[in-house]
Design a protein around this ligand. Structure first.
Ligand code: MYA
Length: 445
């Protein structure tokens, strides 16, 4: 781990380029209709937090508030309004897990038109909240004092994140949710402050999180892309529109996939693959500036050994040498379809991590006049195409992928279409110049 206080060295040219990229990124965000941004003065809470402000050109990397120490962390929870109390939610208890599920299934993230709402299953929530090193005190709920109903939630899980040249042990914050009836009462800042206190008590002072909303200040903004697997249903639920002049039959033909996979040696990941997958994935992800580092086999086991309806992982085994040459995974995140008489659920597969031992050619390695796709591009296209076949066979209606990792190598070719959702990536108490999408490799749920 490198010294977080030491700014990273940079030459003049890269830093000029960085300033330009930051200015461009700021422009892109503010010009996007879906990405509405408040003025900083209006961020009554966020302007008090150790995060870069919108107009700050971030040039160096490191902690923003360097004075924090465990000894100085406030010992008592922040006070809540009289009728509410803090509660650790025991997600190992089926009933309490179901309470989180119910809160999220009725009140969590919706699209802009309130047509779809994420419907994380209890099995998924349990998986996402209990990776190696998880802490009960970071599964934080708010209950109504009178009837003990769970009305709000926020969670943190530990992770090791490579941020350019630093690897930070930090938390990933997720599942912030407040019951619809308690919105706009400034409860969210309290939840954030209380989880921060609980994380600080464990000696951790940085966090990463993602959100659809624009807050000070994203380090990256990634667009969602969608690949229809069941186009008829997607049209019926209003997820996609039938393009002008296109018949349903033609649309179905356009997205048709074979039922059999096409890569020799492709099979579901097994326990025996854990070590090889860890080595392959860490080596592959190291080419990015912002992504996880899997420090133990235990983490790989947790995040990738297949769990039906939760996470699906596949390896390519070289039949001769037995070596694992490639890896691809996706997770299952259904959405409730709101107010549709025919369909209740949209079954979405989200492309998760992948890796290959084929090396990406730099532009110097290839003859620009040769129009053939490069070996690396072909490999990714083949891997993800096979993931799509497997997802389709498993009953998924759509595969979603963010514009990060090297997803642009296959997004068009495999007929993913750009969506109108964007995901912003943030760091808490860590200054970091913006990162280009193709250098981003963190996939959060
Ligand atoms: S992202 C998913 C967020 N959840 C949803 O979108 C579900 C549906 N919505 C809700 O449940 C509520 O609308 C929420 C806000 C709870 C989102 N991240 O209480 P309020 C700021 C951060 O009156 P409400 C995820 O889970 C807002 O700008 N801040 O508002 C990652 C304003 O502050 P300011 C947000 O609508 C979460 C203040 O809250 C978000 O009733 C990462 C208003 O509070 C948001 N998504 O509730 C959290 N939305 O005045 C940060 C609004 O300054 C973690 N706000 O603009 C930071 C790291 C902590 C750990 C650090 C450890 C070292």
């Amino acid at each position: 781990m490198s010294d977080p206080k030491k700014p990273s060295s940079d030459n003049a040219e890269t830093s000029k380029l960085r300033d330009l990229l930051q200015a461009l990124a700021a422009q892109q965000i503010s010009s996007s209709s879906k990405q509405e941004k408040k003025e900083i003065a209006d961020h009554k809470f966020w302007k008090t937090q150790p995060v870069p402000q919108y107009d700050e050109i971030v040039k160096s990397e490191g902690a923003i508030d360097t004075d924090r120490s465990v000894q100085e962390v406030r010992q008592n929870p922040y006070p809540l309004p009289g009728s509410f109390e803090w509660a650790i939610v025991n997600v190992e208890d089926t009933e309490e897990l179901k309470e989180v599920y119910t809160l999220l299934s009725l009140n969590y993230v919706e699209d802009d038109d309130a047509t779809f709402r994420f419907d994380y299953t209890p099995e998924f929530i349990s998986w996402a909240l209990k990776p190696p090193g998880w802490k009960k005190s970071w599964h934080l709920g708010v209950r109504a004092t009178t009837n003990k109903k769970l009305v709000a939630f926020i969670s943190g899980v530990p992770a090791d994140l490579k941020i350019r040249t630093n690897v930070r042990h930090l938390v990933e914050i997720n599942f912030l949710c407040i019951h619809k009836k308690l919105r706009s009462k400034r409860l969210a800042p309290l939840l954030i402050k209380e989880i921060t206190r609980r994380v600080n008590l464990e000696g951790i002072f940085q966090a990463t999180y993602t959100a659809g909303v624009v807050l000070p200040k994203p380090i990256a903004t990634c667009r969602y892309h969608h690949r229809s697997l069941n186009p008829k249903k997607l049209v019926e639920i209003g997820f996609s529109a039938l393009p002008n002049g296109m018949t349903m039959d033609r649309l179905v033909r356009r997205y048709k996939l074979p039922t059999a996979t096409t890569i020799n040696g492709l099979r579901p990941m097994l326990e025996q693959d854990v070590q090889s997958v860890r080595a392959l994935l860490n080596r592959y992800l190291d080419q990015f500036d912002y992504g996880p580092v899997f420090q133990t086999d235990e983490e790989i086991r947790h995040y990738f050994l297949p769990i039906k309806d939760v996470v699906y992982s596949y390896v390519v085994e070289d039949r001769e040498s037995g070596a694992i040459t490639d890896f691809v995974s996706f997770y299952s995140l259904p959405s409730s379809v709101l107010g549709n008489p025919k369909h209740k659920t949209l079954n979405a597969a989200y492309l998760y991590y992948y890796a290959t031992n084929v090396v990406r050619e730099t532009s110097n390695d290839v003859d620009a006049s040769v129009e053939q796709p490069k070996e690396y591009t072909q490999r990714l296209q083949m891997l993800v195409r096979n993931a799509m076949i497997l997802a389709k066979n498993a009953g998924f209606d759509v595969m979603n992928a963010l514009e990060l990792l090297h997803n642009l190598e296959f997004i068009e070719e495999l007929k993913f279409g750009p969506g109108d959702g964007y995901l912003n990536y943030y760091l808490y108490n860590w200054r970091c110049p913006p990162i280009e999408n193709e250098k981003m490799a963190l996939v959060m749920f």
